[in-house]
Design a protein around this ligand. Structure first.
Ligand SMILES: [Mg+2]
Length: 426
């Protein structure tokens, strides 16, 4: 069976956002207290104390502080809780650095979210060499800790589901195995809602028919599970409670995929008609690109602006943003900024007397939208309320950061072209 044939690791950062915020703070102020050592949490608005907790330290967990709960509630449980704001720029930096380390061990690397990844190490270690697997896990943990300063858990098994379950056992800085033969002892005693892919609603339905542990579900008839949960979810719970999963580690293609759009202009554009003929096209192209990104659930980090001159030469400029985007306004502002350099700047094409007949806008270095943590497996349930709240909170913060950046860019553009060239959003 395929189940026995693979060596799968799941690497998961311990209290990722909190650890990364702690490291950033220590970097800026080496004398300050390590947030990981005190009751602390990331999330909400630090000043107004609104919003929800998106990550907590292990000392905070001891006070019962939970991810996804309102900041106000967490402060009631733990009045001395130190709150810090989210800092996605820092998080992406550490995330990328960790993925680069993990990629040293195998090309079969699948990043699942900002702080976790699956590795298929079958080419490196024989599935029978369990000591070798433990040794390699220790090496990965040590390397991440020594090079980057934070700890990870590693779960080891022969499939993704069990490796993921294993990495969630005792934290921090641990390796756990959950091989198929260990499932009865290590997984069946756990409450049913600990089963990966079993959402709150599914767990409640199962509890109503007396299925309280993963072992209860494993012992139940498929027919009963399907009657209670429906055909698809019933089958999924039936299989996963027994530790069966066929999902493969599928690495993301390395080469930068991109989404772009270009348009041939109705008349050649030079400095004189750039504002009237060029700017509206850049806006429409940016909107189109954003729409396609959003539809595909993608965000990208590099924006490219491209033109074809009247003598058919192509010119392009690109820049990498500090964050990911799928927003028309940000793409447009960036494209305008690049266009400014390429066309209007000193040594620009207009200065050289060239006119342009085609404009293109593109976004590359794409990844799935951040925080699609529940996308882990095709069958995973997506309706975990806590996860939703957390995602919403993160989105709001990210949106605010983007807007601030966009406004700054707009100021810069207006400064160059005269005010009113581009208008700020709210
Ligand atoms: Mg984690």
């Amino acid at each position: 069976m395929e189940q026995e044939e693979r060596v799968i690791f799941h690497v998961d950062v311990n209290s990722a956002f909190l650890s990364w915020s702690a490291l950033k703070r220590l970097e800026e102020d080496p004398g300050s207290v390590d947030l990981r050592m005190i009751p602390s949490a990331v999330g909400g608005d630090v000043k107004t104390r609104h919003g929800v907790i998106t990550a907590k330290s292990i000392p905070a967990k001891k006070y019962g502080v939970q991810t996804g709960e309102p900041v106000v509630k967490a402060l009631k449980k733990c009045p001395q809780l130190v709150l810090v704001p989210s800092d996605f720029e820092t998080y992406r930096k550490y995330s990328r650095a960790m993925m680069e380390i993990l990629a040293r061990y195998t090309p079969l690397l699948q990043q699942m979210s900002i702080d976790e990844a699956f590795l298929d190490l079958t080419e490196r270690i024989s599935p029978r060499d369990r000591e070798g697997a433990l040794e390699l896990a220790r090496q990965i943990r040590d390397t991440v800790r020594q090079e980057l300063g934070f700890t990870v858990n590693v779960g080891i098994s022969s499939n993704k589901l069990l490796a993921k379950m294993a990495s969630d056992f005792q934290k921090p800085d641990r390796t756990h195995t959950l091989y198929p033969e260990e499932v009865p002892a290590k997984m069946w005693p756990l409450p049913i809602n600990d089963l990966y892919g079993c959402g709150k609603q599914t767990a409640q339905k199962l509890q109503l028919v007396g299925i309280n542990t993963i072992g209860d579900a494993a012992a139940a008839d498929l027919e009963l599970l399907q009657t209670v949960l429906g055909e698809r979810t019933g089958l999924h719970i039936h299989n996963s409670s027994k530790g069966i999963s066929r999902s493969k580690v599928t690495p993301e293609r390395e080469q930068a995929k991109s989404v772009s759009n270009e348009r041939t202009l109705s008349k050649d554009v030079d400095r004189d008609n750039y504002q009237s003929e060029g700017l509206p096209v850049i806006r429409r192209l940016s909107e189109k690109v954003a729409e396609r990104l959003q539809k595909a659930g993608l965000v990208g980090q590099t924006v490219t602006f491209q033109v074809k001159s009247a003598d058919f030469d192509r010119y392009s400029r690109q820049t990498t943003l500090s964050g990911m985007t799928d927003r028309a306004e940000e793409i447009e502002a960036t494209a305008l900024y690049l266009a400014d350099h390429l066309l209007n700047g000193p040594e620009g094409l207009f200065d050289k007397g060239l006119s342009i007949r085609l404009i293109g806008v593109g976004v590359s270095r794409l990844t799935g939208r951040q925080m699609q943590q529940m996308d882990l497996f095709a069958w995973a349930e997506q309706n975990e309320q806590e996860e939703e709240e957390r995602k919403a909170a993160e989105k709001r913060l990210a949106a605010r950061a983007r807007q601030e950046k966009l406004n700054a860019m707009m100021d810069q553009i207006n400064g160059r072209f005269g005010s009113g060239t581009v208008k700020k959003g709210k």
